[in-house]
Design a protein around this ligand. Sequence first.
Ligand code: GAR
Length: 199
Amino acid sequence: MLRVGVLVSGGGTNLQAILDAIDGGIIVGAEVVAVISNNENAYAIERARKHNIPAFIVTPKAYGSREEFNNALLETMNVCKVDLIVLAGFLVKIPEAMIAAYKNRIINIHPSLIPSFCGVGFYGLKVHEAALKRGVKVTGATVHYVDEGTDTGPILLQKAVEVRAGDTPEILQRRVMEEAEWVILPQAINMIANNIQAI
Ligand code: GAR
């Protein structure tokens, strides 16, 4: 059984998609053993608790320095004996020590087709605002492995989503979640759990 730790900062709809996919048999051979949030008000914590999954709040303001926070984050993963770390809307830069300790074992969901609309400053709604501003007709989501850069690691899965006339950033965000993120993130976890290679 692949032991998955999910890092969250907000609503946790991607976490919910993972939990539903496990319950529904779409992900086989993996279990979520810990949910960690940097934000004590994240609704994702509620979702974890409703599922009887241990939820931890590791927030920078509880620590004297960034280094102590980074250590606490890594320690929580280690204590939970996690095999795979999933960043599901986690808006904190992953410490280098964690990337080194979990090399090729951290994946992230990003709400665009990388290399478009990614990198520093592109997160959440900002990604969709930028896509609409540029006037792209197709956007989507990407699951990629996490390396030292921002959104630069090897791509595992991508799914395209149509942009429609009249879209607002909120409407587009929802469509990208429904049609792409909630599909490819569970799919990626199932692939890793079962050693299925991407194309
Ligand atoms: C998702 O759209 C995810 O792709 C995005 O944050 C949202 C979190 O929603 N992540 C990033 O922008 C990372 N750069 P959720 O908390 O409902 O899963």
